[in-house]
Design a protein. Structure first.
Length: 148
């Protein structure tokens, strides 16, 4: 059951009310700032909610370096590795998500993460697997898992 996810996007201007109003499966949203002055927002869904913190710009390069190491440790073809690292190289924002939901809504949560990522044209990490904007698994434990 996914409790956390991270979105990696190249166009930070996508995040905002236009996007949230466009997506019919978001019931409501509100912006917030936490005690560390990090900006973020909360998305309410029929199945629960996602609290999102926007990673501070100064922390992003170090974080991406670590994520790059994770990707390089995966067993990827040369072509898939190049594609994934190229996508990562263009990331300008990371959204860290804490997901609140019940076990019986796991499928809805996964569907949301994949669909939301398609709107962001980004990469999303959950279940230690990296998904592309198309919903394809680029690397991680789910890369070669049978489709259900």
């Amino acid at each position: 059951m996914p409790k956390n996810a991270s979105f990696y996007i190249s166009d930070p201007s996508m995040i905002g009310t236009r996007l949230f109003n466009e997506i019919d499966f978001i019931e409501s949203y509100k912006q917030h700032a936490n005690k560390n002055d990090a900006a973020g927002f909360t998305l309410k869904m029929p199945w629960g909610q996602i609290d999102v913190d926007i990673m501070p710009a100064k922390a992003l390069p170090h974080h991406l370096k670590g994520f790059e190491g994770y990707i390089k440790d995966q067993r990827l073809s040369k072509e898939d590795l190049l594609y994934t690292l190229t996508r990562l190289h263009n990331v300008r924002m990371c959204l860290g998500c804490e997901i609140t939901h019940t076990p019986e809504t796991e499928k809805e949560v996964v569907d949301f993460l994949v669909r939301f990522n398609s709107h962001l044209n980004g990469l999303v990490l959950f279940y230690n697997s990296v998904f592309d904007w198309t919903g394809d698994v680029l690397c991680g434990p789910l890369k070669d898992a049978p489709k259900s």
